[in-house]
Each structure stands twice: as structure tokens, then as C-alpha cells.
Design a protein around this ligand. Structure first.
Ligand code: FAD
Length: 552
């Protein structure tokens, strides 16, 4: 077992203008998985990279925070593909230099409560399929066709990615061929594709019960994101040993080894563009940092609405393009601290998804219309049970995280107030949501009554505060079919010297953001220079043995 530092989940170096050690070869805006991956890969090629993070710690949605002696993750509950030498696991190994270990969750990694019925997602293709057939014996054929479709989708992903990596003129030339290689299902919604397989609504609900992993119910989501997520977890789910903050902590040395740094409290105010190309960034403290390569991992709304001068966003067409995408739904989180270890409290290594009914679209619409309506989905995660190192760091304690969708508008009136000082009405609204979500927890695990020591509630304004998502977006831009047709969502922008990365480029998810980082670093450095490194990463010996249920 790797030796882990005592808990100090704050990662990075606090920014001060005098601490800059430029010139830098690249400046990355945002230290989420997309930004850190781009920075680390470029660093591995010898580039000196400064990563600018506005929050007090690095990691973006993979950061953790501490309160009252507890520690919680804010945007990572499980990851797939880490138990075998897959492409993502090899990149994780490389980025962390083998320092990041992954603990398998239970073979039943997700449990779905749909109305009064209970279903589960099982690790392993055959186990997953057989379990579905056990619940729906009359639908065996439809289930097999569904599994085939997922396999086809997996094969098509490289063509989709290639389309995003090409230079504009190559894309114009090759796009028809690449489109031809993509399954027809890629241009449809998840619900449209499933309706071609079955008319059993209960089965459809079970197949799409992970929709909370990207925030859109099946009639609105693209089948591409559905297939990416379903394939991602097909061989089971994993949790980072030591907590999600370990991701940024273990990537940081790669960036530092080439002379770079990850600066925290480092808000970029503007991307400087002159004579048609990016020239650097202007920091919120007024410091100008010159650099010919600026990579934005802050999301496309931040990049083109807030960071790029408005006239440049207009002239380059990005202001217009943003009208074709929309921010994803926001969320409420409850962070629960309990006295007693995960084992004593009987906490599972399985996530709970609680749905009032199989009518995901209707339930979501009713709730977003009226916040007093039942939550359309409540997600409960048990990090202290998943993390084999948690008890060492926090003996006699346990944590739980609860997530539910929310409308940013419910909280918008407090948008200009300061974190921690938003007033009694805001606190009361938060508390009411918190109590309702805690009731779901007690309903499923009644033994926890009387064991909760602390809980606090986050709102979409918290997401804006720590992640700079102005509308509290949970997953960046929405994953509807239209989003996946936007040819401008590529690492390369129309402004020379400005590049994009992160969840808006490929897809949400820690691995989605990481693979965007790979795409961006490859585009920035050029394939000729990046190829030997990519080959080395993909042929490296796997650091971690595969878990028994995880062989692909
Ligand atoms: C509640 C929740 C649960 C999730 N659960 C999972 C899960 O279980 N598994 C999974 O794979 N994925 C999960 N995700 C999704 C996943 O965390 C994200 O898709 C992914 O981490 C996004 O990475 P990113 O680099 O694109 O963006 P981010 O992590 O959001 O990073 C962007 C960074 O840019 C910074 N920034 C923005 N503007 C500026 C500026 N002007 N100056 C400086 N810095 C700036 C922000 O502060 C932020 O740190 C979850 C997300 C949420 C919110």
C-alpha cells in the first residue's frame, strides 16, 4: 500500500505575482482533470506550464474539502475502467506516476430504487446482461441487442474523437468518412434508440437509471453519452484510494518536474488577444502574463462569455455558437459526517439511486417547475466505505454524500452575496432541502438515525463559488444530441494560441475530462511530438493488478 500524507486536502501553491517564474510555455486556466491532464502531458514533453486555479485548492470537481474533522469529495463518486489495462487506466497511471491507486467497489456498484422496485448494476459484461435478463426474462433478445449496440458504440468512439482532433481543412475533407463510420444511434436521443429495442418502459428505466451521471433524462440525452457511461462502468466501479483530492496531488509532481506550477487563488480575468491571436492572460490582480499558448479548461461559457473580450467572441463567431449549447442542470449536495466507522454503521460500497417512478422526464419537469414536488432522483454515495484508507485518516468516523438536481433560479437572488454570509432566508431554504434529502437517507438506512454528527448543504451558488460555473452547472454543457454535432467544440479554437479542454470538449466525467486533456495536449504539441509519448503510455506495464471482477 502506498504511503499517504496526513490529511491535507489543499493542493497547489498560493498565487502571488512575485511567485511566477515565467516565461511559461503554456498557461492553463483551471485545474480540473482536463486542465491538469493537458498540463502534465505537455510537462512530460518538457514544457513549463503554469496552471491558474481560482479556488483555494487544485482539482476542480475532483477536489475534496474538510470541515469539522471530516472530508468529502465534491464531484467524484466512482470511476470505471480502472481495474484492467484500459486506455484510461494507463493514462491515470502515467499522470500520477503510479502513485494513485484504485479500490474496487462492490460487484453491485449501483442500486436503483425505482418506485417500490429495486434493481442493480453488476460489474462485468456477462453479469450485467444476466442480471438484466433475470429481472426481465421476456426481454432477453432486446437486452442482447442493447449489449451489441453498446459494443458497436465503443468501437465508434475513436472515429468521433478523431473528428475532433483534425485541423479544420482535414476535417472538412474527412468528416463525411468519419460520419459514415458512426452508428446511426449517435445522432439520436437515448430514448429513441431504446424504443427501437423494446417497448418495456420498466426495462428502459433500468437501462437509463444512471442518467444522473450526465444530468439529462433519456428523452433529452444523446445516445453517445449514454453509451459512453454504460461502457465506462461495464466492468465495475472504482474509487481513488485516499479520496479524490489525491488525483490532483499525484499529478502535481509531473507539472513541477518541468518547472511548472499549479497556482491557487489565481483567477484569470481575461484572455489577452491582440492582432488576432492569444497573447497571454490578465490575472484578477492586474498582473499580465505573456504567453503564446493559453489553454482554457474553464468551460466554454466561461471562456467565451467571461474571459474572451466580447468583441473577439463576436467576431470569431463563438458568441453565436454558444446559442447552440446550454448549461447542464445544477445540483444540491448534502455532506454528512457520522460518528462510527463505515463498517460499524453498515455503509455499503454501492451507490444508491432513488427514483419516485420510472417517469424520469415527467418527474424532473414537475420538480424543476415546483421545488416542493418529489425529487426526481436522489443519489447517495458512501465514500468512507469505498476508500480503504479512510479509517486511517479519520478513525471512528464516516461520511456520506447526497446529490439531487436543482434549478439555479431558486437561488439566483443571492448570487451577489458572499459565501457563508448569504442570510437567514438562504440558510432556511438550504436547510429545508437538506432535511428532505436526509429523510431519503434514513428511509434507506434507518440505523443511521442518531448517528449523524454533522451535515451541511451546498447549492448551485456553492458550485459557482468553487468551480466558477455561473449557472451552477453540474456537468458543463448539456449532453443532448445537438451538443455532439457542434464541430467547434474542439481543442483547437479559431483564435491561434487559444485552446480548449475539459468536460465540454469530449464529455463530462473525470475520465471524459482526462481524455479531453489528452486530445488538447496532442493538438497543442502536435501529433508528431506527442505520438512517442502516447505510445510509451499505452505500452507501459500496468501499475495495479486487475480486480477479479474487472477483466474486460
Ligand atoms: C456532484 C458531482 C458528482 C460527480 N460525480 C462523478 C463521478 O462519480 N464520476 C465521474 O467520473 N465524474 C463525476 N462528476 C463529473 C466530473 O467531476 C467532471 O465532469 C469533471 O471533473 C470535470 O473536469 P473539468 O476539468 O472539465 O472541469 P472542472 O473540474 O470543473 O475544472 C474547471 C476549473 O476551472 C476553474 N476556473 C474556472 N474559471 C476560472 C478562472 N477564470 N480562473 C481560474 N480558474 C478558473 C474552476 O475553479 C475549476 O477548478 C461529478 C460532478 C459533480 C458536480
Amino acid at each position: 500500500m502506498t504511503r499517504l500524507k496526513p490529511p491535507s486536502v489543499r493542493i497547489g501553491h498560493r498565487y502571488r505575482a512575485e511567485r511566477l517564474k515565467g516565461p511559461y510555455d503554456a498557461i492553463v486556466i483551471g485545474s480540473g482533470m482536463g486542465g491538469l491532464t493537458s498540463a502534465a502531458l505537455l510537462s512530460a514533453l518538457g514544457w513549463k506550464v503554469a496552471v491558474m486555479e481560482q479556488h483555494y485548492t487544485a482539482g476542480g470537481y475532483t477536489h475534496s474539502y474538510e470541515r469539522q474533522g471530516y472530508e468529502w469529495d465534491v464531484g467524484l463518486h466512482y470511476i470505471g475502467e480502472m481495474g484492467a489495462p484500459t486506455i484510461p487506466s494507463r493514462f491515470m497511471d502515467f499522470l500520477s506516476d503510479g502513485q494513485l491507486k484504485w479500490a474496487p467497489m462492490a460487484p453491485e456498484y449501483d442500486r436503483f430504487h425505482i418506485g417500490d422496485k429495486v434493481y442493480e448494476a453488476m460489474a462485468g459484461t456477462q453479469q450485467f446482461r444476466d442480471n438484466l435478463v433475470r429481472h426481465f426474462p421476456a426481454e432477453a433478445q432486446a437486452i442482447d441487442r442493447y449489449m451489441d449496440l453498446l459494443a458497436q458504440a465503443k468501437k465508434a468512439v475513436p472515429f468521433f474523437v478523431t473528428g475532433r482532433l483534425l485541423t479544420p481543412w482535414l476535417r472538412a475533407l474527412l468528416q463525411p468518412l468519419l460520419r459514415w463510420k458512426l452508428p446511426k444511434a449517435f445522432s439520436k436521443t437515448t430514448a429513441e434508440v431504446l424504443a427501437e429495442l423494446t417497448s418495456n418502459h420498466e426495462l428502459m428505466a433500468v437501462l437509463t437509471a444512471q442518467w444522473g451521471d450526465m444530468g439529462l433524462p433519456p428523452k433529452q440525452s444523446s445516445f453517445i453519452i449514454h453509451a459512453l457511461i454504460a461502457n465506462h462502468y461495464m466492468h465495475g466501479a472504482y474509487y481513488p484510494v485516499g479520496g479524490s483530492w489525491r488525483i490532483a496531488e499525484s499529478i502535481l509532481p509531473r507539472i513541477r518536474s518541468a518547472g511548472g506550477e499549479v497556482f491557487t487563488y489565481a483567477r484569470v480575468q481575461e484572455i489577452i488577444v491582440s492582432e488576432g491571436r492569444a497573447r497571454g492572460v490578465l490575472m484578477a490582480d492586474g498582473t499580465r502574463i505573456d504567453c503564446d499558448c493559453v489553454i482554457s479548461s474553464a468551460g466554454v461559457f466561461n471562456t467565451f462569455e467571461r474571459l474572451l473580450p466580447a468583441d473577439v467572441a463576436r467576431q470569431t463567431g463563438y458568441a453565436q455558437q454558444l446559442k447552440h449549447v446550454r448549461p447542464s442542470v445544477a445540483h444540491i449536495g448534502v455532506y454528512v459526517g457520522l460518528k462510527g466507522s463505515a463498517e460499524e454503521l453498515g455503509l455499503p460500497k454501492t451507490n444508491f439511486w432513488i427514483y419516485p417512478s420510472a417517469d424520469y422526464e415527467g418527474d424532473t419537469a414537475r420538480f424543476l417547475e415546483d421545488r416542493h414536488a418529489p425529487f426526481p432522483v436522489v443519489y447517495i454515495s458512501f465514500p468512507s466505505a469505498k476508500d480503504p484508507d479512510f479509517a486511517r485518516r479519520h478513525p471512528g468516523r464516516a461520511t456520506i454524500e447526497i446529490v439531487a438536481p436543482a434549478s439555479y433560479e431558486w437561488f439566483a437572488q443571492w448570487r451577489d452575496s458572499t459565501w457563508g454570509q448569504r442570510g437567514a432566508d438562504y440558510e432556511a431554504l438550504k436547510a429545508a432541502f437538506g432535511e428532505r434529502l436526509m429523510a431519503h437517507l434514513y428511509d434507506k438506512l434507518p440505523q443511521l438515525r442518531g448517528r449523524v454528527d454533522f451535515h451541511e448543504v451546498s447549492t448551485p451558488l456553492s458550485t459557482d463559488w468553487f468551480g466558477a460555473y455561473a449557472r451552477g452547472e453540474l456537468y458543463g454543457i448539456d449532453h443532448n444530441p445537438q451538443r455532439f454535432q457542434q464541430d467547434w467544440l474542439t481543442p483547437r479554437t479559431r483564435i491561434p494560441g487559444l485552446w480548449l479542454t475539459g468536460q465540454d470538449i469530449m464529455s463530462c466525467g473525470v475520465v471524459g475530462a482526462m481524455m479531453s486533456g489528452v486530445m488538447t495536449a496532442s493538438s497543442v504539441a502536435g501529433m508528431r511530438r506527442m505520438w512517442p509519448l502516447l505510445k510509451k503510455i499505452q505500452s507501459a506495464r500496468k501499475h495495479q493488478p486487475a480486480a477479479p471482477h474487472a477483466a474486460p
